[in-house]
Design a binder for this molecule. Structure first.
Ligand code: 0O2
Length: 212
């Protein structure tokens, strides 16, 4: 594909990411307006860079003709949660949405990857309205805690540096760090009530200050 063809191919993916970011951030605002704990801390999204698409296609032997069906994460959203329990709430919320059709779920929390990676992946079809009609494209939504996200972000950067071939010491340290992140989530879950109470007081105080 030349530059123009890539631009055309990726346009609906850009649109899907932009639209879903607005919608999912909107859900967070709804919780805030209700004054209840938001299971969504923040939402990010990206369209996979062309170089990464080509790289992954080569690595996984994906034909460019079937790219839109065989590569599920060209459009990617991430939903970060404060607590592990929030992930289930977010997934249930996604299951109830009428604007996406879930085609697959991958639970890398109950079944962590060998690397130590933990996250919950939801693959869904999302209809994008284009001038030539509706395009139902695949989006991958990764749901994880802040601690899981910290680990994955750091590991991803190191992966880029070492191209997947980590020296043994780093591989082991990363696995240990993943377990430490998991334990951090467990510890935080044990004082979830306390934290939420404090956050509610803090946000009321901030609102009062904002009035002046
Ligand atoms: P990006 O966009 O740079 O993050 P595969 O790619 O073979 O692992 P597959 O079938 O595409 O697997 O699906 P999977 O594993 O459900 O989702 C792949 C995406 O999950 C990756 O995208 C990462 O975002 C994330 N991921 C999966 N395993 C790991 C891991 O061990 N460490 C980190 N940091 N992230 C992981 P990409 O393709 O790597 O691209």
């Amino acid at each position: 594909m030349n530059e123009r063809e890539w631009e055309l191919f990726l346009a609906p993916y850009e649109q899907a990411v932009d639209e879903l970011k607005v919608k999912l951030k909107g859900s967070r605002s709804e919780y805030e307006l209700e004054g209840s704990h938001s299971p969504i801390e923040f939402v990010t999204g990206r369209v996979k860079p062309i170089a990464s698409i080509l790289d992954k296609a080569k690595r996984k032997n994906i034909d460019m003709k079937t790219l839109c069906d065989d590569m599920q994460d060209i459009a990617g959203l991430r939903m970060m949660c404060q607590f592990t329990d929030d992930i289930r709430v977010v997934v249930n919320m996604l299951r109830k949405r009428k604007d996406i059709e879930i085609v697959e779920e991958r639970d890398y929390i109950s079944h962590k990857k060998d690397s130590g990676y933990r996250s919950y992946h939801v693959v869904a079809r999302y209809p994008v309205q284009t001038i030539s009609g509706e395009k139902r494209i695949l989006v991958e939504i990764q749901i994880r805690t802040l601690a899981m996200n910290f680990w994955a972000t750091v590991e991803h950067s190191l992966n880029y540096k070492y191209k997947g071939n980590f020296p043994e010491t780093i591989r082991i340290r990363l696995q240990r760090a993943a377990e430490a992140a998991f334990r951090l989530d467990e510890e935080m879950s044990l004082i979830k009530g306390e934290i939420q109470e404090a956050q509610a007081i803090f946000s009321r105080k901030t609102e009062d200050n904002d009035r002046y």
